[in-house]
Design a protein around this ligand. Structure first.
Ligand code: PEP
Length: 236
């Protein structure tokens, strides 16, 4: 069985100094290739050089849906691969919320990432209002629908209820198991489904032991080497 994947998402945090401090600590821990770290664009090349002796994978937090051209400010899949990225987060709830990214845009990014040889980690999840209204499954089904026709073995899904992302409120094991089962049932039972939303060192073991969890996407807790290493050590 494939090992559980642990992906750290630094979001718009960090600095040259922090990359130079945290990444060597992760490298010294001799983590396997089931661990990835996604730093902001300006730090990717530096991160790659620091990770060069390690199996830890490098990822980006977003990618352009276009391959080349006059798209000021954008970064193509080929550019990410060129600086050593192996995966990319697509459709994160913060991109949907603050940058009006739609599932259709995210689907185009997933396809562009695949063309560029990257593993897309496609994020889905409901808001608190949608959960309260009893439509969480419908929301997820709609977010997944845009990937119809894309082989499910080529991407991973991150179930990240937006009410749990960056809030300190984690979904219960029952909620996680239910939604992961629903996602796998909708796509394919073999689809890799990660959970994301307030995963920390002290709750990671419980999340990673939950049925249907193939890994975790970690935001805030990935900024500290000690905390991230504790989470990684819980992966099976
Ligand atoms: C994330 O950034 O995808 C995330 C889950 O953040 P946090 O762990 O801080 O909730």
């Amino acid at each position: 069985m494939a090992r559980q994947l642990v992906i750290g998402n630094w979001k718009m945090h960090g600095s040259v100094g922090q990359v130079r401090t945290v990444l060597p600590e992760l490298v010294r821990a001799e983590l396997g290739s089931n661990i990835a770290i996604c730093v902001a664009y300006p730090y990717l090349a530096l991160a790659k050089s620091l990770l060069s002796e390690s199996a830890i994978q490098l990822g980006a937090q977003d990618v352009c849906e276009f391959h080349i051209g006059a798209y000021t400010g954008e970064v193509s899949p080929a550019m990410l691969a060129d600086v050593g990225c192996e995966l990319v987060i697509v459709g994160h709830s913060e991109r949907r919320r603050y940058f009006n990214e739609t599932s259709e845009m995210a689907a185009r990014k997933v396809k562009a990432a695949l063309d560029g040889g990257l593993l897309p980690v496609y994020c889905v999840g409901e808001t608190q209002a949608q959960r309260d209204a009893g439509i969480a499954r419908d929301v997820i089904a709609e977010e997944l629908q845009v990937l119809a026709g894309v082989p499910t073995s080529l991407y991973a899904v991150a179930y990240e209820p937006s009410w749990a992302v960056g809030t300190g409120v984690i979904a219960t094991p029952e909620q996680i198991a239910e939604m992961h089962a629903f996602i796998k049932q909708t796509l394919d039972t073999r689809t890799r489904v990660l959970y994301g939303g307030s995963v920390k060192a002290d709750n990671a073991a419980q999340v990673l032991a939950t049925d249907g969890v193939d890994g975790v996407l970690v935001g805030g807790a990935a900024l500290s080497a000690a905390e991230f290493l504790k989470i990684c050590s819980q992966a099976r």
